[in-house]
Ligand binder design. Structure first.
Ligand code: AMP
Length: 213
């Protein structure tokens, strides 16, 4: 089973990918996470990637494909792709890889979200280093720097989660990633979901779509 999640930054792809991973025993592949893992190795490649990401630019297709090379070998286990493909070139390459491996795409889920909501989600997003919890300080009453889940004070904000970067990422999204939506739109496995709803409601929609007869 191959499930592809597309949509603007902070639209909820990562959250839904984790839920789908648990429910359908999939591998969750997030290109953003793979890139951040490369950055944390402090290699020259990592430094180049950091410059691109922190300014809100996309990483070139060949670099992404290089990183994904092994991860995309399906080996019988299904995958949920979060943040890939983000360009038409990546979409076409993925279609080829899926075909070559004799696999099938089960769903392409496109999350819709108003632009201002995207920006608000990005600038208020924080993550806890201790338990990995990703949360919005918008919804934590009297936020005092503690993680609402585990109470740790080891909280950080992603370097690319600034307002300037958020607005730039939205422009890139419209230019580079909207065509990916068009590429899949006519397929029977394409669905669109309103990303501005409770997590469980969205999850229910996606699950019913996947399990439809
Ligand atoms: P994400 O964690 O999905 O928000 O991704 C963070 C950043 O990583 C993006 O803003 C891009 O700079 C880069 N990135 C992630 N996935 C891709 C991709 N498929 N193609 C190019 N750049 C990517």
């Amino acid at each position: 089973m191959i499930i592809i999640l597309i949509g603007a930054p902070a639209c909820g792809k990562g959250t839904q990918a984790e839920l789908l991973k648990e429910k359908y025993a999939l591998r969750h592949i997030s290109t953003g996470d793979l890139l951040r893992a490369e950055i944390s190795k402090n290699t020259p490649l990592g430094e180049d990637i950091a410059k691109l990401i922190n300014n809100g630019n996309l990483v070139p297709d060949d670099m992404i494909l290089g990183l994904l090379n092994n991860a995309l070998k399906m080996k019988g286990k299904g995958i949920v792709l979060d943040g890939f493909p983000r360009t038409l070139t990546q979409a076409k390459l993925l279609r080829g890889i899926v075909k070559d491996q004799g696999e099938k795409i089960r769903a392409v889920v496109n999350f819709t979200l108003a632009e201002e909501e995207v920006v608000q989600r990005i600038i208020y997003r924080r993550q806890c280093r201790h338990c990995g919890n990703i949360f919005s300080v918008r919804f934590v009453k009297n936020f005092d720097g503690h993680c609402p889940k585990c109470d740790s004070t080891d909280i950080y904000q992603r370097a690319d989660d600034t307002e300037t970067s958020a607005r730039h990422r939205l422009e890139i999204y419209k230019k580079e990633t909207e065509p990916v939506k068009e590429f899949f739109k006519e397929k029977t496995y394409y669905m669109q979901t309103d990303g501005n709803r409770p997590v469980q409601e969205i999850f229910k929609d996606i699950s019913s779509f996947i399990e439809r007869k």
